[in-house]
Design a protein around this ligand. Sequence first.
Ligand SMILES: [Mg+2]
Length: 401
Amino acid sequence: MNRIIMHIDVNNAFLSWTALDLLNKGYKYDIRNSYAVIGGDEKKRSGIVLAKSNSAKKLGIVTGETLYSARNKCKILKTYPPNYQWYQEMSKKLFNLLSKYTDDIEIASIDECYLDYTKIKHIYGDEVKFAHKIKKEIYDTLKFTVNIGIANNKLCAKMASDFEKPYKVHTLYDYEIKTKMYPLYIGDLFGIGKKTVPKLEKLGIKTIEDLANYDELKLAKYFKNQAIKMINSAKGINNEPVKKERDERKCLSNETTLSHDLTDKLEIYDILNKISDNLARALRKEEKYANVVEVHLKDNMFKKFSHQKKLNNATNLTNEIYEASKELLNEMYNNEPIRLIGIKLDKLVTKSNHQVSLFEQVENREDDLKLEKTIDQLQEKFGSKIITRANVKGNEIKKKY
Ligand SMILES: [Mg+2]
């Protein structure tokens, strides 16, 4: 059976939410109808446009440019600081409203989520009518607008919500991919980063259709194992499930919000190492093993990224979790400033059903496990600073505990 997935995305989230905040505080007019941007602190390096009103957009102001450059395009431009606490509140209200209808909701970022409509269609009926209804309900009760994309998978739902804005419902069912998605510019394909676009253009790939029809082996020369995924995305193929938020409780995860944005990979490795250690220690304490490691990042625009991998052998060793998390980071990190780093361990199993594979070097792992357990005990006794584990900054000292 075809799935029905919706992607709900707040239009101009930061700007709309600040507009509401100001109206609540007695502001006389709605900044959504003026030349306005939300921008960070100009004295720090966060002095960039985080969101812009439609009027500002018409003058060529884009997200990510400096406030200085934006003001050059519009002399009467007004800038307002972001209010993240208020944004979190509005975000929560939106997801609460949607969760009245189903708990099959995956929060993708502060202002967007996926909703799996498949199992509730028999209750609420036609999905397009339903989408129009909740779009209106959100506007009536929360006073901001959303776009809703409807499709047979997450990728196409996301693409559909990005069609014409604001306050629109669009469909991109499998049978509409060739007519609605193929003609679009390659840079519009979700998951294709800014740095990848010029590389694809060099190969003569201009539209999503060009990529969909591109030779897989040829593309693999440039993009290695990402090539298949890229071509599948262009074809609108995506089987990822909508990951319910409550599933989070069945796994073990740990994340760190950073005091400053990070762009140095070695520093990120360092944090991954610490998180791996915390999680592995928790697993060892419970005599559990993880089959799946997932790394998630949030950049300074609150965009979430995550990659996961299934391990050959379930593990509770710090080093194995750390190595997997490094690999995952390398797959997805695109040098954007990072604000949050997390690791999730999933498909946990207990000792009794932990199968040792043929390829596993049993003795080495037994030694590693003994060593790590000893460290756990020492750290519990003397505090975590007394002994540090594998140093991440050079392989030669990797085994120096
Ligand atoms: Mg949005």
